[in-house]
Design a protein around this ligand. Sequence first.
Ligand code: CDT
Length: 312
Amino acid sequence: MTRVLTVGAAQLGPIQRSDTRAAVVKRLVDLLEQAAAHGCNLVVFPELALTTFFPRWWMTDQDEIDSFFEREMPSRETAPLFEAAQRHGIGFYLGFAELVVEAGSVRRFNTSIFVDARGRIAGRYRKIHLPGHAEHEPWRAFQHLEKRYFEVGDLGFGVFRSMGANMGMCICNDRRWPETYRVMGLQDVEMVLLGYNTPRHNPPAPDHDRLSEFHNQLCMQGGAYANATWVVGVAKAGVEEGCELIGGSSIIAPSGQIVAQALTQDDELVVARCDLDMGLSYKRSTFNLARHREPEHYRMIVERRGAVPPKD
Ligand code: CDT
């Protein structure tokens, strides 16, 4: 029997600062309704899908910062999305800024959840690779203050069983790191879901700007192939508060091939039938990890953080 999930990559166009949560959730529900009409079992939304990408601004008023965070999920404002998904029997991945009180301390994470087809939160991931900087850098055209507003995620790169698949999640910058996929590959992941907000302009390295889409595809296709897994990468795209975010939302097969890709920088659904067994031939041959990996020779990956050049 084939194991197929029909997946919708629900790219969002820009969310401006003045857009209300209710208006954004309505857009998410519209995309989910389209996905239902196309027979999708699963819909993937972007990183920080409920607000504008607020780390672009230096803010010191904690109440202002916290206005971008969710204290409960579902909340009154996000309930319509959960209800629509349950009505259609569709699972979804959603990225949002999470504020949680744990052991008496307020903690803030860049988080994604996986809600299964029965409406239960079956998986949670807190972003580990936080890009950017922690202090105000006024020379930049815009800030990237994820290191200020979020803690490093504390849940690891877990793989969980849901909707008949070995599911994994990561968020945006995580997709650029081979370790992200490999840790999940070592748990026999079959589908990696990820959302992103990627400004085209990278202030510390503007010469990379023209390669933004290429790097986006390169890392996701490489991660898919080397771990024989589906990768569903979904953008928030377009010009948000004057800052352009790339699109290119993609559904990538375990062969590394892009099966479906968004064409616009707006709200756009792309759909693909994903055979969860497609990775098997890779997992049994070239990427039979148990047979071919040599972890003794990879110790440096966990023992050393940054590159140290050889001595003369
Ligand atoms: N959201 C996010 O992680 N964006 C980063 C921008 C990198 S440049 C600071 C990304 O990797 O796409």
